[in-house]
Design a protein around this ligand. Structure first.
Ligand code: C5P
Length: 229
């Protein structure tokens, strides 16, 4: 299982960057839960204060472009990608090579970063799971992202008055399937969300494995409690 986690940082100049409040706690909860269930886990993590999990492989990256490269490299060997990282949607261009001097007003020009998950080359049978944080119309907007980004599941989260859902805060979440089926989770802690989401992913994975073996189209790659070979 490949899990992206944490924020990305996009440099403004030699000493400053643009980022967001993501702490990597959600990605860590997902990785812990996956390891606890016996899956082999690789975490591609943006910069966080959290110590890497001892029983997972962690690849540390900083910028969205580096996260994209690391995921492209690791995805061919993964059965599941959970794209939990809060990737910066913009990066400053051009980046100052040295420290910009302080002055009254500075305008930053921002360029959209690549939509990493939407552009990843996949192989048949891989499960790709994303997240969407929405201020309103969560079900509709998350549903549109599920289709546009070619995901197998998306977790829609409501951005409400209690501030951004980063760190140890509970989140207000729902899980959407491509069929339109929605599972409302209400306010839920991140460790609990990780358990529910891993249940859904395992159900999908083992379901599709059963289907393909019963049709003789794909052999199981030898796992008991563990996905993949
Ligand atoms: O479009 P939006 O940013 O709401 O989509 C969120 C989902 O897309 C998350 O799973 C996030 O990790 C992923 N994402 C990405 N590349 C970006 C921005 C978001 O893969 N540049």
């Amino acid at each position: 299982m490949l899990i992206s986690s944490g924020p990305t940082r996009e440099p403004i100049d030699a000493v400053r960057f643009l980022s967001n409040y993501s702490t990597g706690f959600l990605g860590e909860c997902l990785a812990r839960e996956a390891v606890r269930r016996g899956h082999r886990v690789t975490v591609v993590s943006g910069p966080t204060d959290r110590a890497p999990l001892a029983r997972a492989t962690t690849i540390q990256v900083e910028r969205a472009a580096q996260m994209q490269r690391a995921l492209r490299h690791a995805l061919p060997r993964a059965d599941v990608l959970i794209m939990a990282a809060a990737v910066c949607d913009f990066r400053p261009v051009p980046i100052g090579a040295t420290k910009l001097a302080r002055r009254g007003r500075v305008a930053l020009r921002l360029q959209a970063t690549p939509d990493i998950v939407a552009g990843l080359p996949r192989r048949r049978g891989q499960l790709i799971v994303g997240f969407a944080l929405e201020a309103e119309q969560v079900r509709e907007r998350a549903g549109r992202k599920l289709t546009a980004k070619r995901l197998d599941l998306i977790v829609g989260q409501r951005l409400n008055g209690s501030g951004p859902p980063f760190g140890r805060h509970r989140v207000d979440a729902m899980i959407l399937h491509p069929s339109g089926q929605a599972r409302e989770l209400g306010r839920i802690s991140k460790p609990a969300l990780a358990r529910v989401l891993l249940d859904e992913i395992e159900q999908l994975w083992y379901g599709q494995q059963r289907q393909s073996t019963s049709h003789g189209t794909r052999r199981l790659r030898g796992f008991g409690t563990r996905m993949g070979a």
